[in-house]
Every structure is written in C-alpha cells, then in structure tokens.
Ligand binder design. Structure first.
Ligand SMILES: Nc1ncnc2c1ncn2[C@@H]1O[C@H](COP(=O)(O)OP(=O)(O)OP(=O)(O)O)[C@@H](O)[C@H]1O
Ligand SMILES: [Mg+2]
Length: 447
C-alpha cells in the first residue's frame, strides 16, 4: 500500500487515481497527525509526502513528520513532494532519510519510475538483510567520518549533485568513488577529470570530444569525458581551479544536459551524475567573484565536508593498522605491531597533508625499521627527517642534465617534501596548481 500525505485534496485525488491505475493500493491522509496513526498501525510499502503543509510554509512540519516516520519505519522508503524552487528543503529531507524527491508539478511517468525504483531497492535491501553499503576501503571510526558516510549512504542512490570539500589528502576522491559504487549507476563508468590539469584551450575538446580535423592538431576523433561517463558518474576534481571561461562552458552542459562535439554541430544529450571536489573555499570564491554563483548551486545540491585528520584523531589507530597491513602484505612481510605510545605520538602531529601524509609516514617508518614493533621513536625519527629535508635538497647539477630533467626532479622532490599537498607543492615551486598539473602530466609524474 502506498500512503499519500498531502493537505491539498486535488493532489490527493489525482495521485490516488494515477497510482491505482498503475496497480498500487492507495491510502490518502491530509495531516501529519493522521499520517502518524497510519504509519504506526500499518507498514506502507512506500510513503509519498508533501513537505509544505499550509500551516508552515518553510516545510518545518513536513520535515518533523519525515523524521518521525523514519523513527517508526526506518525501512519504508519515503518520496518527498516539494514546491518548485524549494530544493534546499528536499536536500534536508534526503539528509533526514528520504529516498527521493519530486518537485510539483510532477510528471506522472517519472513519478511512477521513482516509486518503482524505490520499492525495488527497499525490497532488495530487506532481502539481503542490510543496506549493503560498500565502504570502498574507507577506514575510520570517528563520529565525523561516520556522519559523512551516513550521508553518502543516504544520498548515493539519488542523482543529486554532490560537492566534496576538504583539505588535500582528506579522502575526497575515495568518497566520490564510494558515492558512485553505492549508486544505481555503479555498473557504468566513474570518470575522473582533474580540472586543475586541463588548459583553457583544451577544455572543450577534453570534456566534449572532437572530430578529426576540428582544429589544427585534431588528427583523429576523440571521445569527450561526458560521453565516456554517460549513464555513469563524472567526477570533477579540483573544480575550484577552473577559470571563468571554462566555468561558463561547464555550466551550460550541466544546465541543459546537452553539448556539442567540436567539429560536429549535432547536439548530444548527456545523462551523468555529477560529483565535484575542491580544497578551495568556493563560498569565498563566489563572494569575491572568481567562481560563478550559478555554477556553484548546480554542483552543490549536497555538500560533504571531510574534516582534516588532526580534527579526527580517533581515525588514526585504524588507519595506521590499515596502512601497515596493506604494506606488509604487499611486501610479503609478517604484520608489524604498533605501540600505544606511537599512536599517541601520531595523534599529536599536525598532518597538514592529512591521510596521504600519514600513509607516507607509516610506509617510510615500516621500510626503515627492522623491529617487529614500531614505537613512538621510530615514527618520530622519520617524521623529523622528512621535515628537516625541506630546507636543503638542492640537487647537484651534472653536465648533461637537461632543464626538463631538473624540472622533473624539482617537482618530484617537492611532492615528497609536502606529502602530496598540491597546494603547498605548487606554492613552493612558484606555480599555479593548473600549471603544476600540466607539468606533472608532461613528465608522467603521479601524485
Ligand atoms: N578514510 C580513509 N581510509 C583509507 N585510506 C584513505 C582514507 N582517506 C584517504 N585515504 C587515502 O589517502 C590518500 C589521499 O586520499 P584522496 O586522494 O582521496 O584525498 P583527496 O582529498 O582527494 O586529496 P587531494 O585534495 O590532494 O586530491 C589516498 O591514498 C587514499 O586512498
Ligand atoms: Mg583528490
């Protein structure tokens, strides 16, 4: 039985008709109080509820009802109906546990589609006895990380655009992958695009593709990233590095969901879920006019913030063990133990390069110590030797060394020194992040 909750009799009547025609049993109620009586007494297969009851225009009543429903019937899928333009409310609803939302006026076909998908998914998860959330190797138990994962679980199956923010090395890419793996698009591609590394002149060709001969140098046809990601997820990494010209081009495709391949005027449709990431503060970039506000809203229906590692020390013990186990297995070594004193020492470090820095530190320490137990001193020695290497490291210049060799060495050295924190690496070399990424691509350097 589908329970329809709406205070507008016209909507109740028409929904009831549409749903009955599609073969569902329907019950309708007009107020949150009545709704709770039904929810307590029976278990509907699905609930379709209005968020804007006449008493409160801000949707507070709808949100409270949703939360109560989720306490009584956590496994019953809820689809929200919101007035056009109240996307923020829908987002809050999704965070509070709704499965999906439709905006009024709705389109009957896509509403029925959402309903059948939601019912199918909830039946599948009941059958397997769990939500089968795939953590994709994301390790940690801090309340901050758990809350991020909880939101990922809830929003993965919607098509909502997600912006992931956080310092370098906090795990943004891993989270983006987890969203894709736990979505209905997981049998299609997850296409990563590093927007910091694409030059303005190649942007369209990279994103939309080109036909042979479209411009000098276009020696063959090339598929664009939007085409590669069709029906899957496109991950727009380093979106804060996109210049204003390219921002307009990206906005256009995200708005219209159509684009043109260079050298081919035929319009193509794209069906992609957009996940973006940045370590820049897009709010302040919007405020100072360097990032378009309309693009910001397009990519940012849901924001996930990954706090720096130093603010979630509870994740350190699990992460350390995880990286040790992985490295030991890779090198066919017996698993090394870690002293409590070592964990306490690590919990006090600033980790400006976050989890990437912790991972590097653990791997280096493991490599140089031949004990079967790692102590605080082992980690301290490695940590300090890496810190002090930042001042010297001037490479001797030999005859026959090319400028390219030197550039390459300097980049590799700086990446090691700053533990892959690309903002710091770029700053230390006097380059923009974009220029740095282009050089890394040129020399085939991986982060
Ligand atoms: N919670 C975690 N559990 C296990 N490994 C993690 C976790 N978070 C991050 N890592 C690892 O740390 C490294 C950095 O993570 P990732 O590349 O996702 O960070 P990022 O936020 O995208 O960084 P950047 O802004 O520099 O691109 C990767 O090797 C990743 O596998
Ligand atoms: Mg990243």
């Amino acid at each position: 039985m589908i329970l329809v909750i709406d205070d507008d009799i016209a909507i109740r009547t028409s929904l009831s008709l549409v749903l009955k025609r599609a073969g569902y049993e329907v019950q309708t109620v007009s107020s949150p109080a009545e709704a709770m009586t039904v929810v307590r007494e029976t278990a509907p297969t699905l609930i379709l509820m209005d968020m804007n009851f006449s008493l409160s225009t801000d949707g507070a009543e709808g949100l409270t009802l949703l939360k109560q429903v989720k306490i009584f019937r956590p496994q019953v899928p809820v689809i929200l109906m919101t007035a056009w333009g109240s996307i923020q409310l829908a987002v809050e609803g999704i965070k509070a546990g709704a499965t999906d939302f439709v905006t009024k006026p709705w389109d009957n076909l896509s509403l029925l589609q959402s309903i059948s998908t939601a019912i199918k998914l909830s039946q599948e998860s009941t059958a397997t006895g769990s939500d089968e959330f795939d953590r994709c190797g994301i390790v940690g138990q801090s309340p901050q990380l758990i809350s991020v994962l909880e939101t990922v679980r809830r929003i993965a199956r919607t098509d909502a655009s997600v912006l992931i923010t956080g310092e370098s090395g906090t795990g943004k890419e891993l989270i983006a992958e987890a969203i894709h793996r736990n979505s209905c698009r997981n049998n299609k591609s997850f296409v990563k695009v590093n927007l910091g590394g694409i030059s303005q002149s190649l942007f369209e060709s990279e994103m939309f593709g080109h036909r042979k001969g479209a411009f000098t140098g276009a020696v063959s046809d090339r598929q664009g990233r939007f085409e590669l990601a069709d029906k899957g997820t496109i991950f727009l990494d380093e979106i804060g590095d996109l210049d204003k010209n390219c921002q307009v081009k990206l906005l256009r495709v995200l708005q219209d969901r159509t684009y043109e391949v260079l050298g081919d005027s035929h319009q193509r449709r794209t069906d992609v879920r957009v996940v973006s990431a940045t370590n820049a503060n897009l709010n302040s970039m919007v405020a100072d006019g360097t990032f378009r506000e309309d693009l910001f809203y397009r990519i940012n229906l849901i924001t996930l913030h990954l706090p720096p590692l130093r603010e979630r020390p509870d994740d350190i013990p699990l992460l350390v063990n995880h990286f040790i186990e992985k490295a030991c297995k890779q090198n066919a070594m017996p698993i090394v133990k870690v002293d409590d004193s070592a964990i306490n020492y690590l919990k006090g470090l600033p980790f400006t390069g976050n989890i990437r820095e912790l991972k590097n530190l653990v791997e280096r320490t493991l490599l140089v110590s031949d004990n079967s137990r790692l102590t605080a001193d082992d980690f301290r020695r490695q940590y300090n030797s890496n810190q002090s290497s930042s001042d010297e490291d001037v490479q001797p210049i030999f005859e026959g060394t090319t400028l390219d060799d030197m550039e390459r060495q300097m980049i590799v050295g700086a990446i090691a020194r700053y533990n892959g924190n690309m903002t710091q690496v770029a700053a230390s070399l006097g380059l923009s992040r974009g220029a740095l990424y282009r050089r890394m691509e040129k020399y085939g350097i991986k982060q």
